[in-house]
Ligand binder design. Structure first.
Ligand code: SAH
Length: 361
């Protein structure tokens, strides 16, 4: 049987492991520093620990970093990382440069159980939750990649922002997501600012409330339709949490000062992109401190929707703005490598890219 992954441990668990061996707690701090600040890939590299402790660690744990299988590069600078986990399952993370920012988009599940009709990940069905360490591991692998590239003078950058918007529904995997956020933001861990982390959800109401109580990260809600009948059809989660209840919960969320909720709205041609729907949306959002991020639909093979054209998107944005709602349009990043929102399926073989290029060999 595989040893437990040390990256799954909270600080309290590392402390307890040390205490059980009569090892002082500051050693747990040193171990975490090696893992999260100094990119140690094996316990033997932790040179300020006694040899006996290093051996004991190696008997007790593995360092379960995901394996980087492939990096796909988009003409716009976006990189999509295909990662293989211990059990052979594959996931994707995406690095998105944007001016001074470099955002890492992480996955939280293998596949997804939510079944949104417009999302490629949903076609995979649900595989499993990612463990805390597998979510944190995506940052560690991506950070090492960025550092390598920097040494070869290929990019300026370091990862400045993180979004939980890859494969899976983060709040369905509540324990994994919140555990990862703890390691990522703790001063004993990665020490990433919670202000630069955004968790996106289909709108699991109780877990949204818990997330706000348990962490200080930003929250984004994938609304996509304001009409309950339409939303129920394209986002099955609406059967459990109808639009009205979801918005009532958002209105009641105890948002910290200066924070607002982002509502994501995937624009589907002829389904949810009429100006009248924008006006209904604006009315429904009254009293919620928020902004709306419009995401023109990114197609995938077999998708039963079309992308709203630029005119429809602009008109929708105008209607929202005229009604006093802050509305932005999310540019599609990495569509040529199927890295854009809703296109992640973690294929081992780049099947679609080949088909597009017409190169079937
Ligand atoms: N499960 C979470 C996070 C993953 S999806 C959530 O749903 O919020 C991240 C964003 O991509 C969501 O806002 C989702 O609505 C959007 N999205 C999904 N499929 C899309 C597609 N085909 N085109 C554009 N955006 C899409």
């Amino acid at each position: 049987m595989a040893l437990p992954d040390v990256l799954d441990c909270s600080r309290a668990e590392l402390d307890a492991w040390c205490a059980a061996r009569g090892i002082p707690a500051y050693r747990a701090g040193q171990i975490a520093t090696w893992l999260y600040r100094q990119d140690a890939r094996e316990f033997a590299a932790m040179t300020n620990l006694p040899a006996e402790l290093r051996a004991d660690l190696a008997w007790s744990f593995r360092i379960g970093l995901p394996e980087l299988v492939r990096v796909a590069r988009s003409s716009d600078g976006t990189r999509k990382l295909l990662l293989r986990l211990d059990d052979g399952a594959t996931i994707e993370s995406v690095l998105i440069p944007d001016g001074e920012r470099l955002t890492l988009c992480v996955s939280t599940q293998v596949g997804c159980a939510m079944g949104c009709a417009f999302c490629a990940t949903a076609t995979l069905g649900f595989g499993r939750h990612l463990r805390r360490g597998e979510i944190v591991g995506q940052l560690l692998v991506a950070r090492a990649l960025v550092r390598d590239e920097q040494e070869r003078h290929e990019g300026p950058e370091r990862i400045t922002n993180m979004v939980f918007m890859g494969m899976g529904e983060p709040l369905h995997n509540y324990a994994g997501t919140v555990g990862a956020i703890e390691t990522l933001t703790a001063d004993w861990g990665v020490d990433f600012s919670h202000r630069r982390i955004t968790v996106s959800t289909v709108g699991l109401v109780p877990e949204m409330q818990r997330l706000l109580a348990d962490t200080q990260v930003n929250i984004a809600v994938s609304l996509t339709a304001i009409d309950q009948d339409v939303r129920k059809r394209i986002m099955p989660v609406s059967k459990k949490y109808p639009v009205e209840d979801l918005l009532a919960a958002c209105r009641a969320l105890p948002l910290p000062r200066r924070k607002r909720i982002t509502f994501e709205y995937v624009m589907l041609d002829g389904v949810n992109d009429a100006p009248a729907q924008a006006r209904t949306l604006a009315r429904a959002l009254r009293g919620i401190r928020c902004k709306v991020n419009l995401i023109p639909f990114n197609p995938f093979p077999g998708a039963p929707f079309g992308r709203s054209d630029d005119v429809a998107v602009a008109r929708f944005q105008d209607a929202l703005r005229n009604a006093g709602v802050h509305a932005t349009i999310r540019e599609s990043r990495g569509p040529d490598i199927a890295a854009a929102c809703g296109q992640l399926v973690a294929e081992e073989e780049p099947r679609r890219a080949r088909a597009h290029a017409g190169d079937v060999r």
